[in-house]
Design a binder for this molecule. Structure first.
Ligand code: KIV
Ligand code: ZN
Length: 379
C-alpha cells in the first residue's frame, strides 16, 4: 500500500510574491478552482494581514473551493493570526500557517532576539491560533540554516502547543539534498512527539536544488510538500509541483502517492503562466515546450522505434497532447520520412535520399524546418 504525500500549493502566496506576477482576487479564484480540479490537498491562499486585497482573496477563495483545505499565512503575532482566522471564516476546511525564524542568522539579525525568546513566541502563537481554529501549521523559517538541536527543541515545543503540521523550510535554498534529508531524519529520531504532527517541507530553488531537496525530505519521512505551479516564487522560485508529483509517480518503487490528477498538469501550468505573465522556460521539466520534443537524429530514430527509448513518461499522463519531432539539421532520414508520411508523402529510398540532401541544406539556413517548409521542399 502506498503512503500519501499531501500537496500544499503556495502558488497564490509564495508564488504570487514574484514581482510582476500579482493577480486580482477574481483571477486568484480562477486559479484556486483549477488547483482544486488538479487535486491539491491544501491551497495557501494569501497573507491576510499584508493588505486588504490579500485578505479579500483569502475570503473569496475560502468561499469558492470545497475539497482542498484553505490556508492563510501569518507571522507569530496575534494581530496577524486574528486576521488569518477572520479571513478563513467561510472556509469549509481552514488552516492558519504561523511561524518565526529559527536560524541564528534570523534570530539575531531579523528579530534581535534569542533562541529561547523565539521558541516562546512560536509556542504562544500556536496556542493562540489553536484557540481560533483546529488546524495550525507552524513554520520554522530558515530551518535550512538552523542549529539542529534547537530545531528539534522548537519542533517538539510547537507540537506540544498544538501544531498539527510543522514546516521545516529551506527558505534560502541553501541545503544540499543529503543535508536536508539528514535534517528531516534527525527530527524524526530526536523529537519524541513527532508522530503527533505531519512534517512538511518547503524548499526554495536558489541553487537549483528545490526538487531534489524536497524529495530528500519526503524519502526521510516528511508527508507534506509545499510547492508552486511552474516552480514560481521568491528569487529563483519554490519547488515545482509538477516535478515532485511526477518524480513520485515515475518512481513507484518509493511507495508514495499524491492525489493529483496529473493529466491536468500541463493545462494548469499554461493557465498560471499566462495569468501571471511568467513564461515557462522551454526546457522546464514536465511542462516546458521542449519537455517531449526530440531533435537529434539518434534520439528521433530511437524514439520512433519505441517511445520508451527516450521518454520516461507518457506525455498524455501530464496533459501534453503529443510528443514532437523537431526537424533540424541534426535530424536523420527516419524522422524526415516519418514527418513526410504524416503529411501524406511516401517515397522510395533513392527519392528520399535526394529530398534528405536538400532538407539538410534548407535546415542549415532555416534552423528549424516546419511543415510549410517541407511542402516547399517536396514540391
Ligand atoms: O520560505 C519560507 O520560509 C516561507 C515561510 C513563510 C513558510 O515562505
Ligand atoms: Zn517560501
Amino acid at each position: 500500500m502506498s503512503q500519501r504525500v499531501y500537496i500544499f500549493d503556495t502558488t497564490l502566496r509564495d508564488g504570487e510574491q514574484v514581482p510582476g506576477c500579482q493577480l486580482t482576487t477574481e483571477e486568484k479564484v480562477v486559479v484556486a478552482k483549477e488547483l482544486e480540479r488538479l487535486g491539491v490537498d491544501i491551497i495557501e491562499a494569501g497573507f491576510p494581514i499584508s493588505s486588504p486585497g490579500d485578505f479579500r482573496s483569502v475570503v473569496e477563495i475560502s468561499k469558492a473551493v470545497t475539497t482542498p483545505r484553505v490556508c492563510a499565512l501569518s507571522r507569530a503575532i496575534q494581530g496577524d493570526i486574528d486576521a488569518a482566522a477572520e479571513a478563513l471564516k467561510s472556509a469549509k476546511l481552514g488552516r492558519i500557517h504561523t511561524g518565526i525564524g529559527s536560524s541564528d542568522i534570523h534570530i539575531r539579525n531579523k528579530f534581535n532576539s534569542t533562541r529561547d525568546k523565539v521558541l516562546e513566541q512560536g509556542v504562544a502563537a500556536v496556542k493562540y491560533a489553536r484557540n481560533l481554529i483546529d488546524d495550525v501549521e507552524f513554520y520554522a523559517e530558515d530551518a535550512g540554516r538552523a542549529d539542529l538541536e534547537f530545531l528539534a527543541r522548537l519542533t517538539e515545543a510547537v507540537i506540544a502547543a498544538g501544531a498539527t503540521v510543522v514546516n521545516i523550510p529551506d527558505t534560502t535554498g541553501y541545503c544540499l539534498p543529503e543535508q536536508y534529508g539528514a535534517k528531516i531524519k534527525y527530527l524524526f529520531n530526536n523529537v519524541p512527539n513527532i508522530d503527533k504532527a505531519v512534517i512538511s517541507i518547503h524548499c526554495h530553488n536558489d541553487l537549483g536544488l528545490a526538487t531534489a531537496n524536497s524529495l530528500a525530505g519526503i524519502t526521510n519521512g516528511a508527508r507534506q510538500v509545499e510547492v508552486t505551479i511552474n516552480g514560481i516564487g521568491e528569487r529563483a522560485g519554490n519547488t515545482s509541483l509538477e516535478e515532485v508529483v511526477m518524480a513520485l509517480k515515475v518512481h513507484k518503487d518509493l511507495g508514495l502517492e499524491t492525489g493529483i490528477d496529473t493529466t491536468r498538469l500541463f493545462p494548469v501550468s499554461n493557465l498560471v503562466s499566462q495569468m501571471m505573465r511568467m513564461p515557462v522556460q522551454a526546457n522546464k521539466a514536465i511542462v516546458g515546450r521542449n519537455a517531449f520534443a526530440h531533435s537529434s537524429g539518434i534520439h528521433q530514430d530511437g524514439f520512433l522505434k519505441h517511445a520508451e527509448n527516450y521518454e520516461i513518461m507518457n506525455p498524455h499522463d501530464v496533459g501534453v497532447p503529443e510528443s514532437s519531432i523537431v526537424l533540424t539539421a541534426r535530424s536523420g532520414r527516419h524522422a524526415l520520412k516519418h514527418r513526410l508520411e504524416l503529411l501524406g508523402f511516401r517515397y522510395d529510398k533513392p527519392t528520399l535520399d535526394g529530398i534528405y540532401k536538400r532538407f539538410l541544406d534548407m535546415a542549415d539556413v532555416r534552423k528549424q524546418v516546419n511543415d510549410k517548409d517541407l511542402m516547399e521542399l517536396v514540391r
